[in-house]
Design a protein around this ligand. Structure first.
Ligand SMILES: *Cc1c(COP(=O)(O)O)cnc(C)c1O
Length: 679
């Protein structure tokens, strides 16, 4: 027995969702683990000889290492399961501009990236053959700090691939593999890093090479940080470079999955291949491409879709590329326009993707509906209901997001192979019914105490954050439609609720505003200043730098998760799903996933789910409903104790797990893609 297996474990993100995976690294040196931002390669490189020797002579620890290494072996040895035409030789190729695999790999900014990460983990768990393609940003999304006056400041930490479990790919001659894409009339080179996510491989393109001119080295500089030109250039690299990479590796995907429009240029590259290799016409090539490509849209508002000035598009694509496609400039630009002949229309990646893919889907039932209406204009003559856009509701990776303590309870009642039964409604019903009120409340209370301690360590408030008080989490991007200010509509009423001596309510906030979004920064500042008022500060706290780690702490432990988007702009939302799996109760506008999830017994609904009326009226109505539900339903239910336990509340927690966990997980989502979309 030795510590040696830890080195191999550190090279595959599987550890991050394996039972005892994170704990095994943490227990080597908890402080250093924090310092290394939970990056095991860093930890192993920096651990002191004494701590290492101590662990290496601890039989209990060594046994844990051995057990984890054995599970990993078993996991990796399982044969890939072919499904219809999806085989290891012809896998799914999953393209996305961001991936949120783990906090130590900061290649994501929010929901889209986390969803992509969860998709890969479930594909791995389900043994579905899939490879993923993305970009390695030198500076991932920014870190957030609030100044004393509440104004958000951004700073960027550099990603050092050599400190991470990333391997530079070599070609057959042992030289670094290179991808070339002609961008802005220059050949831009990209090297390729490989990350292992269980059985799934994620390839990351990176232009930070000395052979490139300085500007081109910065193509993969920042995630969404640059201007429009940087963005389109990144998208060329992802789409065109991604296809070239797979070809160099000899991967012949059965299907290309465009997760959001950022990778839509891959369809052009596929067409170019067909035209060049087989001397086909553009129209014939489109047929071939469409058969291989599927598209998931995530944006329910027109303005959220990626669009470019046509002159910019022409500046970054070379005329030789158009020639190889056999397209005139007008025909080329028309591909990205709703009306191909409207010369003033901008070039959108969503129209391009919808045109070039055989299937388009939204990410919840409601979002499917909204997308059909939004994109009907691409299907002249079709009624909205007949627009061929379907939906697959988003889900979350249960092993990643379930607290270890609750996981232990699930394993106790559902068996060690608990995570193989995630879709088994009957198994969940039966198991969760067996958990006693006392046990469920004990688990939840322990996690809440952990959360309060975490808050106190992060926010340096020793003040009065109280583990017994009803605790509401509100963490999400600060963007207009998320309506951060809705809660503050009537501050006096809110303060009465918070400061009730017998039945206090406390809030934990977290979230980032886009660096260029002054309006959202003002909203954040307003909230930050509000919380300095003495009546507020002991019952509300803002955690800076919302990331996957803060999300994990919050979703596993809060009593209530609040979400107040302006309908119908929350395409799906996934953070509430993470909360539900952990027995937290959602208090949310009926939008996105919650429209499908809420059944009257498993959480709380704000508003009546009607659209219509003006924005101001809707906001006022929703605010009123929010306060009323809090005052009349949430608070009384939480504080209504029988023998010291909120039994009716616990009954709702049980309902939340039973009804929501089997549905809103990413195994169900990936299964649905494999059944409905990929074949
Ligand atoms: C889950 C998650 C999201 C997505 O949350 P929604 O607000 O539901 O869209 C965003 N950021 C992080 C860090 C997450 O973990």
């Amino acid at each position: 027995m030795s510590l040696l297996p830890l080195e191999a474990l550190a090279w595959n993100y599987w550890w991050s969702w394996a039972p005892d995976g994170a704990a095994i690294f943490r227990d080597l040196d908890p402080e250093l683990w924090q310092d290394c931002e939970h990056n095991p390669r860093q930890l192993l490189a920096r651990i002191s000889p004494y701590r290492r020797a101590e662990a290496a002579s601890d039989p209990v620890y060594l046994q844990r290492v051995q057990r984890l290494a054995q599970s990993f072996d078993t996991y990796m040895k399982a044969d890939r399961v072919s499904r219809d035409a999806i085989t290891p030789e012809h896998p799914v190729a999953y393209f996305c501009a961001e991936f949120g695999i783990h906090n130590s790999l900061p290649l994501y900014s929010g929901g889209l990236g986390i969803l992509a990460g969860d998709h890969l983990k479930s594909a791995s768990d389900l043994n579905l053959p899939l490879v993923a393609v993305g970009l390695l940003y030198r500076y991932g999304y920014f870190r957030q700090r609030l100044r004393n006056d509440g104004w958000q400041e951004e700073h960027y930490g550099e990603t050092h691939p050599n400190d991470l479990p990333l391997t530079l790919l070599n070609d057959a001659d042992g030289k670094p593999l290179r991808i070339e894409v002609l961008i802005r009339e220059r050949n831009v080179l990209a090297q390729v890093w490989r990350a292992d996510v269980g059985r799934v491989t994620l390839y990351l393109l990176d232009t930070n090479m000395p052979e490139n001119v300085e500007t081109d080295r910065w193509v993969t500089g920042h995630l969404y940080g640059g201007d429009r030109e940087t963005r389109i250039v990144q998208e060329m690299l992802l789409g065109i470079g991604g296809v070239r990479l797979l070809r160099q590796l000899g991967v012949q995907p059965h299907v290309f999955h465009l997760n959001e429009g950022h990778s839509a240029f891959l369809t052009l590259e596929l067409a170019r291949e067909v035209i060049q290799a087989e001397r086909r016409s553009w129209t014939e090539a489109v047929d071939v491409v469409r058969r291989q490509c599927v598209f998931t849209t995530h944006t329910p508002v027109a303005a959220g879709n990626d669009e470019f000035d046509p002159a910019l598009v022409m500046r970054v694509f070379s005329s030789s590329y158009l020639r190889e496609l056999g397209l005139t400039e007008d025909a080329f630009l028309g591909l990205g326009r709703v009306d191909p002949n409207a010369k003033t229309e901008r070039y959108g990646l969503t129209p391009l993707a919808i045109r070039m893919c055989r299937s388009t889907n939204g990410v919840s039932r409601k979002h499917g509906e909204v997308s059909r209406a939004l994109w009907q204009k691409l299907f002249p003559g079709k009624a909205v209901a007949d627009v061929p856009i379907t939906y697959v509701t988003n889900g979350v990776h249960t092993p990643t997001w379930t607290s270890p303590l609750l996981r232990w309870v699930f394993e106790k009642y559902m068996g060690q192979d608990w995570d193989a039964k995630l879709l088994d409604q009957a198994a969940w019903n039966e198991a969760v019914a067996k958990i006693s009120d006392e046990d469920l409340w004990f688990v939840h209370s322990s996690l809440k105490e952990r959360l309060i301690a975490f808050v106190q360590s992060r926010a340096e408030t020793t003040a009065m954050f109280d583990p017994a008080a009803l605790t509401i989490g509100f963490a999400r991007r600060v963007a207009g439609y998320k309506r951060w200010s809705l809660l503050l509509t009537d501050r006096q009423r809110l303060l009465r609720l918070m400061n009730n001596e017998e039945r206090p309510v406390q809030f934990i906030f977290a979230g980032k505003a886009h660096p260029q979004d002054e309006g959202s920064k003002k909203v954040l500042q307003e909230l930050a200043q509000w919380k300095y008022e003495p009546a507020v500060s002991r019952r509300a706290v803002f955690l800076e730098d919302y990331d996957q780690e803060i999300a994990r702490q919050l979703v596993q432990s809060v009593d209530v998760w609040l979400n107040v988007p302006r309908r119908p702009q929350e395409a799906s939302g996934t953070s509430g799903e993470k909360v539900a799996i952990n027995g937290g109760l959602n208090l949310s506008i009926l939008d996105g996933w919650w429209m499908e999830g809420y059944d009257g017994t498993n959480g709380f609904a704000i508003g009546n789910g009607n659209d219509g009326a003006g924005v101001a009226q809707i906001d006022a109505g929703d605010a009123e409903s929010l306060y009323r539900v809090l005052e009349q339903e949430v608070v009384p239910l939480y504080y209504n104790r029988e023998q010291g336990l909120p039994r009716q509340w616990i009954a709702k927690m049980r309902r939340a797990i039973q009804t929501l966990a089997p549905q809103f997980n990413s195994n169900r989502m990936v299964e649905e893609y494999a059944r409905k979309i990929y074949p």
